[in-house]
Design a protein around this ligand. Structure first.
Ligand code: ATP
Ligand code: MG
Length: 288
């Protein structure tokens, strides 16, 4: 049986609501490693943390809700700058993993280490409706240049000039751009996105893919990207994981030439492999 964890509270304010965008309250506080759970008795900043050399290191992660074991001994390493897509059937535990890595869940067993500077973007933008766009982006940050950094982040996502807009006046795509700006202004070493484009129309999605790729090239965070869309995973990721019954049943590099095209035979083969892993019959379900 896995040893019980010792919860470490070095990641910030335990009162912080689970819908906060940034998992860490302030950027530029020295980076480093957040020890979210550990299986042994070392102190934070001990040998395990000091030697991380990765954006994420998870060993033997187990999460159960009562009798229901959702994550069952997961191991995961994400290298700095690596883009990992996470697929899995509904209820397989993808959001549970994101919540754990975000530092929003302390009921876990195993070892969970992650870059201290990390941000989460959810399917819905989670903007505060009573705050204008700029203060939503800079929420929780402090410092003299915060407004300038917020404006720069908004410009990066194509929303220069919308600083004083109210969230209710934004389109779905614009609201997700603000959510991306809010994540990026924290300069995350680890950016987690939980079905970020799931509620957007197809055209907006394509634009968001291009934007995300551009932002990742510029900022080079490690990325954990949850999606139900196999094509989206192959288009964006360096590596694709499939979560099945609490374990990664697939961990495959995306070996498709860039720019990636859905018509590439290598794309097609990987799509077939991943859909089969997810238990989807391509022909019967009309994915072609
Ligand atoms: N706080 C909780 N209490 C009890 N059960 C929970 C809790 N959080 C998650 N679960 C259960 O854990 C399982 C995994 O949930 P999770 O939200 O991680 O799935 P998911 O893979 O993100 O699914 P989806 O693709 O539908 O978003 C589900 O069966 C869910 O009901
Ligand atoms: Mg989910």
């Amino acid at each position: 049986m896995a040893p019980r964890l010792r919860r470490n509270v070095s990641t910030g304010n335990p009162q912080r609501p689970a819908n906060a965008a940034g998992a860490d309250p302030a950027p530029g506080v020295g980076g480093g490693v957040a020890v979210l759970a550990r299986a042994d008795a070392e102190d934070a900043g001990g040998p395990a943390a000091a030697g991380l050399g990765a954006a994420v290191r998870v060993r033997g992660l187990r999460r159960a809700f009562g009798e229901h074991v959702v994550l069952d001994g997961l191991d995961l390493t994400i290298a700095p700058g690596e883009f990992v897509a996470l697929l899995g059937r509904s209820g397989s535990g993808k959001s549970t993993l994101i919540r754990i890595l975000g530092g929003f869940d302390d009921g876990v067993e195993g070892e969970v280490l992650a870059a201290r500077r990390r941000s989460v973007v959810f399917q819905e933008s989670r903007l505060l409706p009573w705050k204008r766009v700029l203060p939503n982006v800079t929420l929780g940050l402090s410092g003299r240049d915060i407004a300038d950094r917020g404006r720069a982040a908004l410009a990066e996502v194509g929303l220069a000039g919308r600083e004083r807009s109210w969230p209710a006046t934004l389109s779905g795509g614009e609201a997700q751009r603000v959510a991306l700006a809010r994540a990026l202004v924290r300069e995350p070493e680890l950016l987690m996105l939980d079905e970020p484009f799931g509620a957007l129309d197809a055209l907006t999605r394509i634009r968001m893919h291009a934007l995300l790729q551009q932002l990742c090239r510029r900022h080079q965070p490690a990325v954990l990207f949850v999606t139900h869309d196999v094509d989206e995973a192959i288009l964006l990721a360096d590596r694709v994981l499939v979560l099945t019954e609490g374990r990664f049943s697939r961990d495959v590099p995306v070996d498709v030439a860039s720019p990636r095209r859905r018509t590439d035979p290598a794309f097609d083969r990987l799509r077939a492999t991943l859909l089969a892993e997810l238990g989807v019959d391509e022909i019967a379900e009309g994915t072609h």
